[in-house]
Design a protein around this ligand. Structure first.
Ligand code: PLP
Length: 447
């Protein structure tokens, strides 16, 4: 029965972002409860990265399930042009968790679409300026515009045929691998920001700067304290828009509703998805500053989707917002996140294969290296596209034996991001599994 299901899954469905021959034995999941998934062998597995950093409230959340069921009974779908009670309530609930400036929303069904909509809004508003600055260590989604502003190797795999032009790369504030060779973040000259100033003063027709506030998949990269305040000032000085992609870093993940709150800086456009419904229903959100939204009173808004403001997504989001608020899960993310960070940093003493550990709230990156002094990575970034078996994947596979799922095993790093409902005991289980499985990476160092 089990093998029958797996065989049909891999026979009919494409495995995403991979060579198809490498998707042979996906884990067969039969249920989930809280922060744990249950597989067909009856094992309870701690979900140590909330799947794709999206099931922020864990599995089986009664409030969200009941809200979606109720909405289904009431009305499952009407087009985006109609007024519905759930649309009014959910949109108001969203407005109440965002800064006053972000007051008008377009909804879609994914983070990629949220970014696609943001790009169209930026380019319409700033026309004829159209260029977008974005980073190398980033992921913004798989639609044409979103993959074009993406920096990671998935862009390389498609950009010759699927590309939106006008993207200019800016350096990453990636202190562990500073592109300018700085070693001390406190002492450094902040070329990562100075160079953006240089680009803005030389590059014609720039419309906006597109960033993950905290870079997620590509290594949980957190910029230095003064980075965003200075970037905000630069954007205002040059009259370009600041777009923050919080598809992954939003919804309590970093211990605040949205990551930008850590820096006291508000973007002109915010995109988000995933945790907005804790992934119970697909969703994408593009939230726009009032000055920009008023432009579209008399100018055509070139954005819309059949599933914009889908009643089930609105119901799930409203319930999720109530749950984040009343369950105290964002405060929990900050508190348990500190504990998780402390435990992960301790692992560095025992595992020479760990090069760096960094994070905020329940959003942590563990970067593996072949050599701590030279910071030589185990893999080149293109290895992902070539289908090379990655050391992070080997470690993650081993962790399943110890009862822990770590689905965010990227090229040289893990993204450790359990549901915001976890406690210290869950964290101990996850960190101990990683501790044991990392022997695989340590052994590779001597080869
Ligand atoms: C920061 C960020 N932006 C955009 C996306 C794309 O979202 P989706 O996969 O829902 O299209 C992702 C997905 O992981 C993401 O992490």
């Amino acid at each position: 029965m089990d093998s029958d299901v797996i065989e049909k899954v891999t026979k009919y469905l494409f495995g995403t972002w991979r060579l198809q021959r490498s998707w042979l034995h996906p884990l067969h999941i039969v249920g989930g409860e809280g922060a744990y998934l249950i597989d067909s062998e009856g094992r309870r597995l701690l979900d140590f990265s909330s799947q794709l950093v999206c099931v922020n409230l864990g599995y089986g959340n009664k409030r969200i399930i009941e809200a979606v069921k109720e909405q289904l009974e009431n009305i499952a779908y009407v087009g985006p042009g109609y007024s519905l009670e759930i649309r009014a309530e959910a949109a108001e609930a969203l407005a109440n968790v965002l800064p006053n400036r972000l007051r008008k929303f377009v909804f879609s069904s994914s983070g990629s679409e949220a970014n696609e909509d943001a790009l169209k809004i930026v380019r319409s508003y700033k026309y004829p300026d159209y260029k977008i600055l974005s980073r190398y260590w980033s992921y913004h989604g798989n639609t044409a515009g979103a993959i074009s502003v993406t920096g990671d190797p998935r862009r390389g795999a498609v950009e010759l045929h699927t590309r939106v032009d006008g993207v200019v790369r800016i350096p990453d504030p990636y202190c562990y691998r500073c592109p300018f060779g700085e070693v001390d973040c406190d002492e450094c000259g902040r070329m990562c920001i100075e160079y953006i100033d240089y680009i803005l003063s030389n590059e014609p027709h720039v419309a906006g700067i597109f960033l993950e506030t905290v870079t997620g998949t590509n290594g949980v990269i957190i910029p230095p304290r003064d980075f965003y305040p200075r970037l905000r000032r630069l954007a205002d000085e040059y009259g370009v828009l600041l777009i923050f992609d919080e598809v992954m870093s939003g919804w309590g993940r970093t211990g605040k509703w949205f990551a930008f709150e850590h820096w006291g800086v508000v973007p002109d456009i915010l995109t988000t998805a995933k945790g907005a419904t804790s992934s119970y229903v697909p969703i994408g959100i593009t939230a726009v500053d009032t000055e920009i939204s008023s432009f579209f009173e008399d100018n055509f808004l070139p954005v819309g989707h059949t599933f914009a403001y889908h009643p089930l997504a609105m119901a799930a989001m409203k319930a999720a917002i109530e749950e984040y608020r009343e369950g105290g899960y964002i405060v929990n993310a900050a508190r348990v996140g500190d504990y998780l960070g402390k435990r992960l940093i301790e692992l560095m003493d025992r595992h020479p294969s760990i090069g760096d550990v960094r994070g905020l709230g329940l959003f942590w990156g563990v970067e593996l290296v072949r050599d701590r002094d030279s910071k030589e990575p185990f893999h080149k970034r293109e290895d992902k596209i070539k289908g090379v078996e990655l050391i992070t994947q080997k470690v993650a596979r081993k962790m399943i034996d110890y009862g822990v799922l770590l689905s965010m095993a990227w090229i040289s790093n893990f993204v450790i991001a359990p549901p915001l409902i976890v406690n210290e005991e869950d964290v101990d289980l996850g960190v101990e599994a990683l501790d044991k499985a990392l022997r695989i990476a340590d052994e590779e160092l001597t080869k």
